[in-house]
Design a protein around this ligand. Structure first.
Ligand SMILES: Cc1cc2nc3c(=O)[nH]c(=O)nc-3n(C[C@H](O)[C@H](O)[C@H](O)COP(=O)(O)OP(=O)(O)OC[C@H]3O[C@@H](n4cnc5c(N)ncnc54)[C@H](O)[C@@H]3O)c2cc1C
Length: 420
């Protein structure tokens, strides 16, 4: 198929135009943006539809893991990404009653990038889509709110979207739903994710950097107390902070006011009590309602779900962005040749799910274990307890201590781009 073209103006008054492309990707998050870039650089006509007017939205995590950095390195973009303001973390130091513990340390991993790169997600998405725009087969439409799936003989054959100037349609042999955890495409396709309910929710906020800051080993720290977990990630000119609390307590926390958040921080990490004074309003705080889910089926003829639309990862280990990107790499490996020939079968789409479902299950199980054995315990006690023996054991035995960092950095299966 040639580059996307405007083929006709519909007789329908509301419909502004109908366009054609080889692949229409709905959602300009990490999964959709990355898949667009990878397909476009292979000369495949691809249209990316994003409902917002820019990428600068609520905080959704800024973690770029070694796996993603290796993939960007394969296509010559890793060094360029490092030119964007960033910090690096190799693993948190967590304060337990029986002493500090580093549950994972990426610095020992055998990779060119033994760290998590923290880059503002907005800058990352701008970077990826700017690179994609260098290929003539890429088209990005912002403020394109997809509202319908177009179907023909039981197969999805594109989407209808609303833009400020009216309705448009895109006709395509493959529609990719990369529209996130509240995916409309998943709902329109009739897929129901199976959900588990992790025991916690998270408040995310920034704290200012003050003169004479303490040095944080590994770039991140965690503390426990009063039924909360406080996490800090080092950024260039501020601290990215999170307060983890028991699911179901948000209303109670909210009515206690921001001063209750300041008090929690001061109790768990007195060194950061002065920083917490900057928290004066709930608008400074983003709630992450923690979810973990997986769709039993990620595809039907003409439609594939990837990223959070297919599986929402718990924030334990911060792997959501990385997993979304790994889905897009596998989709590129499996589907590029098919997209070029214009024949993508349901079996091809099933192959993408087959390759990605197992790693997703493995990591969700590991997250669930940690949530039950470590996090739930910490959230149910007033005082910081001892570190669970399993955690201490993992960090002491040389053969096993690299399992958690490897899982966090790459997942159970290292994903590489084929035919670069
Ligand atoms: C507060 C918070 C903190 C997080 N912290 C981390 C972290 O530290 N590390 C980490 O790895 N993960 C983190 N996550 C999870 C991470 O954000 C997701 O796993 C990741 O963004 C998934 O990428 P995605 O591309 O699948 O979906 P998303 O990033 O959700 O992108 C989906 C896109 O689709 C667009 N869209 C939705 N519906 C439509 C429509 N109808 N038409 C057109 N466009 C549409 C949306 O606007 C959005 O841009 C966090 C999430 C939250 C909410």
């Amino acid at each position: 198929m040639a580059t996307p073209t405007v083929s006709a103006r519909s007789a329908d008054e509301e419909l502004r135009d109908v366009q054609e492309t080889s692949c229409c990707i709905v959602g300009g998050g990490p999964a959709g943006a990355m898949l667009s870039l990878l397909l476009a650089r292979r000369g495949i006509p691809v249209t990316l539809l994003e409902m917002h007017k820019d990428f600068d939205r609520e905080f959704r995590g800024d973690t770029i893991h070694p796996s993603t950095l290796e993939i960007l390195d394969q296509i010559g973009l890793a060094d360029k990404l490092h030119e964007i303001p960033h910090t690096k973390i190799s693993g948190p130091t967590i304060k337990f009653a029986d002493g500090d513990l580093r549950p994972f340390d990426l610095s020992r991993l055998k990779t060119r990038f033994p760290y998590i790169l923290l880059v503002a997600q907005v800058r990352f998405l701008e970077f990826i889509t700017r690179e994609a725009a260098k290929y003539p087969s890429f088209r990005l439409v912002m403020q394109a709110n997809v509202t319908q799936l177009l179907k023909e003989n039981g197969a999805v054959r594109g989407v209808r979207y609303l833009a400020p100037d009216g309705a448009h349609e895109i006709r395509t042999p493959l529609t990719v739903g990369a529209d996130g955890r509240f995916s409309l495409l998943r709902r329109l396709a009739g897929f129901e994710p199976v959900k588990t309910s992790p025991p916690m929710d998270v408040l995310w906020f920034r704290l200012p950097k003050l003169p004479g800051e303490p040095e944080i080993v590994g770039g991140a720290l965690g503390g426990i107390g009063g039924g909360r977990i406080f996490i800090l990630l080092e950024r260039n000119d501020y601290w990215q902070a999170a307060l983890v609390f028991r699911k179901g307590q948000y209303q109670q926390l909210h009515s206690a006011g921001v001063q209750a958040i300041r008090k929690s921080i001061a109790e768990i990490e007195p060194r950061f009590a002065p920083h917490a004074e900057s928290l004066t309003d709930w608008h400074q705080i983003t709630l992450l309602s923690v979810e973990s889910s997986r769709c039993p089926l990620w595809h039907k003829p003409g439609l594939l779900l990837i990223g959070d639309a297919a599986h929402v990862m718990s924030p334990v280990g911060g792997v959501g962005i990385n997993y979304a990107i790994q889905d897009s790499v596998v989709a590129t490996n499996v589907l590029s040749g098919r997209l070029k020939s214009g024949r993508v079968s349901d079996a091809d789409l099933a192959e993408v799910q087959r390759q990605r479902e197992w790693p997703t299950r493995v990591v969700q199980s590991a997250q669930s274990f940690l949530q039950k054995r470590v996090i739930a315990g910490a959230l149910n006690t007033a005082q910081a307890g001892n570190a669970p023996w399993q955690l201490r054991m993992f960090t002491k035995i040389p053969i096993v201590r690299d399992i958690p960092p490897r899982l966090i950095a790459f997942g159970p299966r290292r994903v590489r781009l084929r035919d670069v």
